[in-house]
Design a protein around this ligand. Structure first.
Ligand SMILES: Nc1ncnc2c1ncn2[C@@H]1O[C@H](COP(=O)(O)OP(=O)(O)OP(=O)(O)O)[C@@H](O)[C@H]1O
Ligand SMILES: [Mg+2]
Length: 247
């Protein structure tokens, strides 16, 4: 039987920016080990919010059930950990089990490409081996290993962000619009490299994207929000209810 990585029931998160309220809801979602999923929706529909919740960088307001089970490990009750404010536990889980490709790249400007890619291995106290060189080779970054992020093109930065997300061999990789700022040809080549690498390593991958046709072409399964707008005297609220869309 496939292992369950995330199990969510009745999860809710509200965000308020300058008077406008946004509410994310996940009534029921199970994610199994090795799945390749796409969170698909328009701008502002909550894709990054849900990714950040799965990555444990954003708290939830409430969840009847929110459990994370790393491979061959006991289950962690994330709802309980959030109630306890167990930030150290989240940091530990994140560092060991997650790679996260941020939309902006999220690279550290004062570190070279080599050191950016190596950073998650240091956090996990993993030995210095040929992983960084191997990933750089696969992603066409070898000649850039001593360069700093500011001197790279957008596509190169995204490839470095992908290498960094994979460097410590995490079982789960999240990616927020990893190809959004690239032209279609480069987007395809970065996506090919990214999905090729994660598939080889058998990891669970969750990609946020507004581009469902592209995600579908790569065989990803879809999770999407149903949006509802409400107006009241207090202002407008958008509710995004995320669920799997069956093919
Ligand atoms: N830090 C924040 N504080 C308050 N509200 C926020 C914050 N970040 C995002 N929001 C709001 O949450 C809602 C969902 O935003 P989110 O970034 O998750 O959307 P998205 O689907 O990732 O959009 P995009 O495709 O543009 O990246 C939006 O209404 C946004 O204004
Ligand atoms: Mg986003």
């Amino acid at each position: 039987m496939p292992e369950v990585v995330f199990q969510i029931r009745q999860l809710r998160k509200q965000r308020i920016s300058s008077g406008a309220a946004f509410c994310l809801e996940v009534p029921e979602l199970t994610i199994q080990a090795g799945e390749r999923l796409a969170l698909v929706g328009t701008s502002g529909s909550g894709k990054s919010t849900l990714l950040d919740i799965l990555a444990m960088v954003l708290s939830v307001d409430r969840a009847e059930h929110f459990a994370f089970t790393p491979p061959d490990q006991p289950t962690h009750d994330l709802a309980l950990l959030w109630r306890r404010g167990a930030l150290d536990a989240f940091t530990r889980l994140r560092r060991h089990y997650f790679g996260y490709v941020l939309q902006s790249g999220g690279l550290l400007g004062f570190l070279t490409v080599r050191d950016n890619i190596a950073l998650p291995r240091r956090w996990c106290a993993l030995p210095e081996d040929d992983t960084v060189a191997r990933l750089a080779e696969r992603l066409g970054l070898t000649r850039l290993l001593d360069a700093y992020p500011a001197t790279l093109s957008v596509g190169e930065r995204q490839r470095v962000a992908i290498a960094r997300a994979l460097a410590h061999g995490p079982p789960i990789v999240l990616a927020d619009e990893p190809t959004a700022s690239l032209d279609p040809l480069n987007a395809d080549s970065v996506m090919d490299l990214f999905l090729g690498l994660v598939t080889e390593q058998g990891v669970t991958v969750i990609v946020a994207s507004h581009d469902w046709p592209r995600m579908e072409r790569y065989g990803l399964r879809r999770i999407a929000p149903e949006l509802a707008r409400q107006s009241s005297a207090d202002g407008d609220q958008v509710t995004a209810r995320f669920a799997r869309i069956d093919p």
